[in-house]
Structure formats: structure tokens, C-alpha cells
Design a protein. Structure first.
Length: 95
């Protein structure tokens, strides 16, 4: 089950730390905020989680400064743009 909450995330930058006892911690200057463990993809997952604040900021920048007009927009580009907007909403707890 997923619990939806609204609010702000812990400010970046986020980084993943050293492996300890089979886990990788996602850390900020304020301390650990998440752990990834036990699977071959753990390091890739930790890197993706650590990049999340930067990815969100880049998506929001793109949305702010590139406002497509949907008339005449390629259907594939339109679908990806809508995915970008939905992803930002999910990340911000609005969906």
C-alpha cells in the first residue's frame, strides 16, 4: 500500500554512502534518509534515488521555460510532455 503525503522533500544534494552490511544509505548533509539493500541492482537504485532532487529540478525547469502548444505537436512528444507533467505532480504529492 502507498501512502500519499504532501510536503517538501529533504533538500539536496543527496548522495549514496558506503555499503554497510549489505545496504547503501542515501544521505544528505542532515543524515541518512533512505536505505537500499539486498539486490544486484542496489547500487543503480541508490544512484537513481540520490539523483532525484536534481532530476525533479531539471523537469520543473523544462516545464517552466518550454511551454509547448499542443496543436500540431507530434503525438509522441505530447505523450512524453504529459508524462513529464504527471511525474512532477507525483513527486510533489499532487497526484
Amino acid at each position: 500500500m502507498t501512502t500519499k503525503t504532501k510536503g517538501t522533500h529533504t533538500p539536496g544534494p543527496w548522495e549514496f554512502g558506503e555499503e554497510r552490511e549489505g545496504t547503501l544509505e542515501i544521505q544528505t548533509s542532515q543524515g541518512a534518509i533512505a536505505e537500499v539493500w539486498g539486490m544486484p541492482e542496489a547500487e543503480a537504485d541508490a544512484r537513481l534515488i540520490a539523483a532525484s532532487p536534481d532530476l525533479l529540478e531539471a523537469c520543473k525547469f523544462l516545464k517552466k521555460f518550454y511551454k509547448p502548444t499542443y496543436s500540431g505537436l507530434d503525438p509522441i512528444v505530447k505523450a512524453e510532455w504529459e508524462k513529464l507533467e504527471e511525474t512532477i505532480s507525483r513527486a510533489e504529492g499532487r497526484e
